[in-house]
Design a protein. Structure first.
Length: 291
């Protein structure tokens, strides 16, 4: 796969959904504006094979159809709302090449805005074997809204403990399908939270995808970054080149999610993927195009 163009924008589509149950007008406006940029790039490159998906925010929102209609009318992009299981499958497919060769498999986790997916993934040839997957309806956006951005250590600790309890229930379900040996597996993270943590751990003055994607880290080192970021005032987090203003509020809930995942699956190594759902879609589209 050779990337010829890439674009991303934080649109906070799930803003307010946890409380209201609907997508807000401002959030939809930001999303449609970003989709128009995507549409322009699609046209410029003459792309013929397209799949566009929406995830947790639209799964939760009663008015998701409004966004779907606006995306089609205003940006010419046909969105489909996919299930949590399909989201996990595509993320696993996108991350498959990053399972360490010396390991039996990995725990893939995707920390989104409105949900967090955990996937026990083993590699069997060219296809991923998903032993178990689970989705909890908490991500960085919903956690920030429910808990607020913690300013004191005890608030961060409470958020981490609540998340740990949720992931412990997931691990109990996993154990029914066989033992997850932390010595024979590694963590494999795909999300803005994890790539940001990796960028800070690497000491990058600004984010560089080529340095972060597929990088290996000792989990102990990443947990030190978690503790540092959670304790910093917002202004100091925002000044870090790999965090910035847009992610300064969201990185702390993301840190709590990562810390809780490691509490439950205490692997020694983490591999970071600046890839996942999109790359899973791309791999399938490429296979369809060849056929």
């Amino acid at each position: 796969m050779r990337i010829v163009d890439s674009f991303s924008r934080i649109v906070r589509l799930g803003e307010g959904v946890a409380a209201s149950g609907v997508l807000g007008e401002a959030a939809m406006n930001r999303t449609v504006a970003a989709l128009k940029v995507c549409a322009g790039r699609i046209d410029r490159f003459g792309v013929r094979h397209i799949r566009a998906v929406a995830t947790e925010a639209c799964r939760q929102a009663a008015n998701a159809q409004v966004l779907i209609e606006r995306a089609a009318c205003e940006a010419g992009i046909s969105l489909s709302v996919i299930t949590a299981a399909e989201e996990a499958r595509l993320a696993a497919l996108g991350c498959l090449p990053l399972i360490g060769e010396e390991y039996d498999g990995a725990l893939v986790f995707d920390i989104g805005g409105g949900s967090t997916e955990t996937i026990w993934l083993k590699r069997e040839g060219a296809r991923p074997l998903i032993v178990h997957f689970a989705s909890i309806s908490l991500g960085v956006m919903s956690l920030a809204e429910i808990s607020g951005v913690p300013g004191r250590p005890e608030r961060f600790a409470a958020m981490r403990a609540d998340l740990r309890a949720r992931f412990e229930a997931v691990r109990r379900e996993m154990e029914r399908k066989g033992g997850f040996d932390v010595a024979r597996h590694h963590l494999l993270g795909t999300s803005g939270t994890v790539t940001t943590l990796a960028g800070v751990a690497l000491g990058l003055p600004r984010y560089v995808r080529a340095r972060v994607d597929s990088s290996w880290h000792a989990c102990a080192d990443v947990l030190k970054v978690v503790e540092t970021l959670a304790a910093l005032p917002r202004e100091e987090r925002a000044r870090l080149g790999c965090v910035g203003q847009e992610r300064a509020d969201l990185i702390v809930p993301g840190c709590a999610v990562f810390a809780a995942i490691h509490d439950v699956w205490p692997c020694t190594r983490l591999r970071v993927a600046d890839r996942g759902l999109r790359e899973g879609i791309l791999r399938e589209l490429m296979a369809e195009a060849r056929r």
